[in-house]
Write a protein that binds this ligand. Structure first.
Ligand code: GLN
Length: 356
């Protein structure tokens, strides 16, 4: 049954898709990207790395398990990846007006209304994804027949990390070993993983000079947008490398450590956004199935000679991590904290804490 106002999705190449609205009734624009996961919309919507993007989901039935309460433990949300929705819009095939789940307290549409985020359904998202795969990620907008148009918005033109990073230092004192977490738009699951392992966590803004702090290990978080906006963070990482303390980076953290190691970053045609990306550990036949959400990737050909590629994507051969040949510096392009997705690579957090 189709309810909701008529609304259109327009791509920058001029293609128009007619659908119905759910969530907030407002026009929006952003970069249209697709995720092929079957579950995980509460996690994806609140993942700060989606800032500036309109997300389309290929799994056809969305909303059927509702949205959990924003309950918190020690001040940290139990089920979300940040304190708000970061996508600028959501495109789905069949929106479930009814939901059922032990953990749900509201519908996806009601949550999006509260957070002022529009959605469009009734779109063949698999067809749309084929178009995005063919032509590459595109800008797009969701517009109402009876309302004002909006301009295309290109997230690449803005420093999104500055928008989503914490504004001041936040401490989580759960242990003795001190870990500095550079918050470029950190997913809360990363913080939950580290707290579980009982470290003393110092979460600092993306541009904070953490080299003035005495710490045992440095973790560089995920985050949205073009890594070229984070040159100051790269400078701080380069400085930190002189200390020989363990450094680990996740996703945008892989881009930033790689830049500090001399590599270049480029934008992929349509990115990796799913919960089943196969990565192989180089020099072995070990393959992990990983959770991913990134549009930019490391060109490992420019890595300094003290560095080596660590993991490789088995679908398209792109870089999935780097490591220093002799020091405890490494980073991965995928998400060991999962959320959503497989927890097979969660051991990276244990390994990192062991090194401290
Ligand atoms: N999840 C992330 O950290 C994303 C990294 C980067 N913003 C990209 O899209 O490639």
């Amino acid at each position: 049954m189709y309810r909701g106002k008529p609304v259109r999705l327009i791509l920058e190449n001029g293609m128009v898709f007619q659908g119905k609205s759910f969530g907030a009734e407002k026009a929006t624009s952003g970069e249209v990207v697709f995720n092929t996961a079957m579950v995980g919309y509460p996690e994806s919507l609140t993942d700060p790395s989606y800032e500036g993007q309109i997300l389309t989901l290929t799994y056809p039935i969305i909303g059927n398990y509702g949205v959990p309460a924003n309950s918190k433990t020690n001040g940290i949300s139990d089920f979300f990846e940040s304190d708000r929705i970061h996508v600028r819009g959501l495109i789905v095939q069949d929106y479930s007006h009814e939901y059922s789940h032990w953990n749900a307290v509201k519908s996806l549409g009601d949550w999006m209304k509260e957070e002022n985020i529009p959605g469009i359904y009734g779109i063949d998202t698999r067809m749309l994804t084929k178009i995005l795969r063919e032509k590459g990620s595109m800008l797009g907008k969701i517009v109402y027949d009876d309302a004002e148009e909006v301009d295309y918005y290109d997230p690449a033109g803005e420093n999104l990390v500055a928008k989503v990073s914490c504004k001041e230092v936040i401490e989580y004192n759960y242990g003795t070993k001190k870990v500095v977490l550079v918050d470029c738009g950190v997913k809360l699951s990363i913080i939950r993983e580290l707290i579980k392992l009982k470290v003393d966590l110092i979460r600092v803004p993306w541009d904070y000079d953490f080299n003035q702090i005495h710490y045992d290990g440095l973790l560089i978080s995920n985050g949205p947008g073009n890594p070229d906006y984070c040159e100051i963070t790269v400078d701080h990482i380069r400085e930190a490398m002189k200390l020989d303390k363990p450094i680990f980076g996740i996703c945008l953290g892989n881009h930033l450590l790689s830049k500090a190691a001399g590599a270049k970053i480029y934008k992929m045609k349509y990115g990796h956004r799913s919960l089943n990306q196969p990565v192989r550990k180089l020099g072995t036949n070990i393959c992990y199935i990983t959770s991913q959400n990134h549009g930019y990737v490391v060109d490992q050909d420019f890595l300094g000679e003290e560095w080596e590629p660590y993991f490789i994507n088995m679908n398209d051969g792109t870089n999935e991590g780097i490591r220093h040949k002799t020091k405890l510096f490494s980073s991965v392009q995928f998400h060991p904290e999962a959320a959503a997705g497989p927890t097979d690579t969660e051991f990276f957090f244990h390994d990192f804490v062991e090194m401290l």
